[in-house]
Every structure is written in structure tokens, then in C-alpha cells.
Ligand binder design. Structure first.
Ligand code: FE2
Ligand code: FE2
Length: 235
């Protein structure tokens, strides 16, 4: 299966105009489109409506996770319903199988990497924050446990590894993802991971066990000379 993936469209009619033409060709290039979060800027239902008009015209299967921007105005549940009504598979700690390829996804959360990862110590506020990060990792684990396919793709918004956020200011690494997600991917096994969120990170990375991780934020694709508003992967 050939997969096209992109993240961080931050849809507005003006920004989409720049990618409308090449995006319209995606159907000829791929069997399925993955959208790895931040589909909208503020998570407003009217933004999603407008984006969905574009997406349904592409006429190919779409698998998506939401990003932090899609939560901004508190309409995330409504956005997920809007997407589902158009046949988009929204992964939120859930899995989806198509043509022998399994997709497991969740938004993920922040928290930091390696020795810089925040742990549940001290104030209750810190513990609550860390718990959200743990809960998202558990959601990913549950989603991956549902897959029965040999070929598996993980879809996240936040990064599971530090490598693909490099290029961003080091001070904000811990806001861009967390290592717990990477640990789950390693434990459960996958062919590849795609994510976004780190708009100025790096395109390619690997988990500790060597599973390829790709940052498919639109800005990263553009910065790496990829001519299409999506990156292609064979799974
Ligand atoms: Fe973004
Ligand atoms: Fe984001």
C-alpha cells in the first residue's frame, strides 16, 4: 500500500490555495491519505467544514488524528463527528485496518524526552499533567494491541522521539512530544510512525529499536524540497 502523509495543514482557505493543485493529485499517487493532526488553526467546526469540502473532493480513504490546535476552542468531539460523517477514520486510541495494513493512532501529548522527561513527582498539578501524558501512551498501546496485521503504521500528532524535533529551539523540545510514546511503539512493534507538531524539526528519525519515525509537518516537507504537500511511504 502506498500512503501519503501530511500534518499541520492549519487549514484556512488562503493557505490551502497554495497546495490545492498538488493536493488534488494525491489520488493518483497514493492509496490512502494520513493527516497527523492540526488540521485546523482553532478547532472551529466551520474551519473543519471548509477543510472537509476539500478533503472529500480528493476521493481517497483518509486516516487522521487531531492535534493540539484542533482542541483550542473545545470542539474536538464535534470535529471528530464531522470527520466521521464524511467517512474519515479518526484515530483516538483506536485502530483501523485496510487492505492488510493496520493503523493505530492517538494525538499523544507533551512531556519531554529521555532524561528530560517530566515525571510524576511533587505537586498534584505536575502529577496530573504527567498522568495525561501516560494516559495518551496507554491509549496508543491499546490501539496497537488491537491490530492483527503484520504491516502496521502509527499515527501521532506529538513526536515519540527527540530526533524529529531537532531544529526547533531546544528550550521547547519538551512541548513537542514525549519518550513514553516511543517506548510503546518499540514494545508493540510497527513498520513506521508519522507525526507532526514540530513545524521546524527534522524529517527523519528512529525509535530506540530502529523503527522509522517521520515528521510530516507541511513546513518540514517544504523545507526538505518535497514538491508535493504530502510525503509518500510504501508499507
Ligand atoms: Fe501545528
Ligand atoms: Fe501541533
Amino acid at each position: 500500500m502506498r500512503i501519503a502523509a501530511v500534518a499541520d495543514l492549519h487549514y484556512s482557505p488562503q493557505t490551502y490555495d497554495k497546495i490545492r493543485e498538488p493536493m488534488a493529485q494525491v489520488r493518483d499517487a497514493a492509496d490512502l491519505l494520513v493527516l497527523a493532526g492540526d488540521l485546523t488553526n482553532y478547532g472551529r467546526p466551520e474551519e473543519m467544514d471548509s477543510l472537509l469540502t476539500m478533503l472529500t473532493r480528493l476521493r481517497l480513504p483518509i486516516v487522521a488524528v487531531l492535534g493540539n490546535h484542533d482542541f483550542e476552542t473545545g470542539h474536538q468531539d464535534e470535529l471528530m463527528k464531522q470527520m466521521a460523517a464524511e467517512g474519515i477514520k479518526v484515530l483516538d486510541g483506536t485502530a483501523y485496518e485496510r487492505d492488510g495494513v493496520g493503523f493505530a493512532g492517538t494525538k499523544g501529548f507533551l512531556g519531554g524526552f529521555g532524561r528530560g522527561m517530566l515525571t510524576a513527582f511533587g505537586e498534584p498539578e505536575v502529577k496530573r499533567f504527567v498522568q495525561v501524558s501516560i494516559d495518551e501512551a496507554l491509549k496508543l498501546e491499546r490501539a496497537m494491541a488491537q491490530l492483527r496485521t503484520e504491516r502496521r503504521v502509527v499515527v501521532l500528532h506529538y513526536s515519540p522521539v527527540v530526533e524529529t524535533v531537532k531544529g526547533e529551539p531546544m528550550e521547547i523540545y519538551s512541548y513537542l512530544g514525549n519518550s513514553r510514546l516511543g517506548e510503546v511503539v518499540d514494545r508493540m512493534g510497527a513498520n513506521l510512525v508519522v507525526h507532526g507538531h514540530a513545524h521546524h524539526g527534522s524529517a527523519d528519525g528512529k525509535t530506540t529499536s530502529g523503527i522509522p519515525v517521520y515528521n510530516v509537518a507541511l513546513t518540514i516537507l517544504q523545507a526538505n524540497g518535497i514538491q508535493t504537500p504530502y510525503r509518500l511511504f510504501d508499507v
